[in-house]
Design a binder for this molecule. Structure first.
Ligand SMILES: Cc1cc2nc3c(=O)[nH]c(=O)nc-3n(C[C@H](O)[C@H](O)[C@H](O)COP(=O)(O)O)c2cc1C
Length: 447
């Protein structure tokens, strides 16, 4: 199973839009990506200026496509992810794979890395799946990281203090650089697994393999002590420097605003493995794909946490307007007044970056902004149903927060109907309809 086989499958389902005109990696491709972002197709750029490789974008850009990649219905998604997190399966390591068709010396200038936004520091790799292991080999980790191209052999890697950062710190303490593989052009299950917040010690390649029903194969790298998907399009073999750091950025993150500039470690690229006709995978920062990959696994955490305090939780939506990260809408079946507020507290505990959350009843569609607003308009009283928590740790990506300390204010809105009032008062009025009129409406042309 590979990105390539998934693209073939999506081609037959008319999910791929081919862009045949020549386009430049500097702003032109990202502008087109932005224009097709929300619920848009996969984009395949066939002619890239000054480059032989094609560029594919927006692969995981819709929930529907992510579910198609996992061969599941949308209502099975959370359970499928939870199962893979709970029961990861080791993939087979094979001697050879399509990614080793060409093994060559690094020259990043040959790769169609995009420059996305006006004030970006330069070209950035944005779909990179980074693998590393601990000095003693007991811990393996895979996560997605942005990489700024510094020159033909060097990148700057953004390390949020999580698992890869921890591996880097420990390796640094023994005075060594950290070997990594940087895989570009992986199956969506690999992207989703690498974006998943599983505990330190769980290898996300094992999670990906579980999601793929045992369909992942890995190869060992040629120049570093790391492995990578055997059917990836392109793998950069690198070493995160123990000593060399540079100022990384400016660069646009998930909110669509520029992240603050920070000192981040340098990666030396020491080798390249690739398919002969590799396709480079692009991902638009702050686009729907970025938000879905980051947000979906957090929706699962929120769902799990709220399920512990409320008997029945429907859907969770880390909404696009909230950048797939800062705003959640959660539907519950409330048993007692107070359940709504407990649900809000559980959601904030599950996803520390969450800033605003709205809890609604199960008759409200969490994916429909108008429906949610209607619930707030008709079921919410600010003097009773609002929670505000000041000076709490949130996301440093939010420009309105303190971006150094991450301190912010959070707001929870309980828009469930109060049980003390008659249910009928909150009912949505219905119009009785016969089969004949239903059929008549179905046949009327849309204008
Ligand atoms: C498109 C995309 C870009 C990301 N960029 C970064 C990044 O530059 N640095 C980072 O630390 N995390 C980044 N993340 C988030 C991590 O990949 C994610 O939190 C992951 O679960 C962390 O892995 P870990 O639990 O093994 O630490 C990105 C995620 C996605 C989907």
């Amino acid at each position: 199973m590979s990105l390539r086989s998934f693209l073939e499958q999506m081609g037959t389902k008319e999910e791929v839009l081919h862009v045949k005109d020549e386009v430049s990696t500097r702003f032109a491709i990202s502008f087109i990506m932005k224009n097709f972002d929300v619920e848009g197709p996969i984009l395949l750029f066939e002619k890239v200026k000054n480059c032989e490789a094609k560029v594919v974008a927006n692969v995981c850009g819709t929930r529907k496509r992510i579910c198609m990649a996992l061969s599941i219905n949308q209502n099975e998604l959370y359970e499928r992810l939870r199962e893979a997190w709970r029961s990861p399966q080791k993939p087979k390591i094979v001697e050879d794979g399509a990614v080793k068709e060409v093994v060559e010396r690094p020259d990043l200038a040959k790769i169609p890395v995009l420059t996305h936004f006006e004030r970006d520091a330069g070209p950035y790799i944005t779909s990179a799946v980074v693998y590393a292991k601990s000095v003693d080999g007991s811990v393996e980790n895979v996560s997605v990281h942005r990489l700024q191209v510094l020159d033909s052999k060097h990148l700057a890697i953004r390390l949020v203090p999580r698992h890869l950062y921890k591996l880097w710190q420990v390796t640094k303490e023994v005075g060594k650089d950290l070997d990594i593989s940087i895989s570009i052009g992986c199956h969506p299950a690999v992207m989703l697994a690498a974006s998943s917040p599983v505990p330190f010690g769980v290898n996300e390649f094992d999670v990906a393999n579980a999601l793929m029903g045992g369909g992942l194969r890995l190869v060992r790298c040629e120049h570093v002590d790391a492995c990578a998907p055997a059917e990836a399009e392109l793998v950069l073999e690198g070493k995160i420097s123990a000593s060399e750091e540079v100022v990384e950025g400016p660069f646009v993150d998930i909110t669509g605003t520029y992240d603050v500039e920070r000192k981040q470690p340098v990666v030396e690229v020491v080798g390249v493995m690739r398919r002969r006709d590799y396709v480079y995978q692009a991902l638009l920062p702050s686009g729907a794909e970025h938000r879905l990959l980051m947000g979906l696994p957090r929706e699962v955490l929120i769902w799990e946490s709220v399920s512990k305090v409320v008997p029945k939780v429907g859907a969770v939506n880390l909404s696009m307007g909230g950048s797939g990260w800062l705003h959640a809408v959660i539907s519950i079946e409330k048993q007692l007044d107070g359940d709504g507020k407990n649900a809000l507290l559980a959601a904030f505990a599950a996803h520390p970056s969450l800033k605003h959350a709205v809890v609604v009843d199960s008759d409200v569609d969490v994916f429909n902004v108008s429906d949610v607003e209607w619930a707030v308009a008709t079921r919410f009283q600010a003097s009773e149903d609002l929670i505000i928590i000041g000076n709490v740790r949130g996301s440093t990506l939010d420009s309105s927060a303190n971006q150094e300390t991450g301190l912010t204010a959070k707001m929870g809105v309980d828009a469930t109907r109060p049980l003390a009032k008659a249910k009928e008062k909150f009912e949505r009025a219905k119009i009785p309809v016969s089969k004949r009129v239903e059929e008549l409406v179905r046949k009327l042309p849309s204008v």
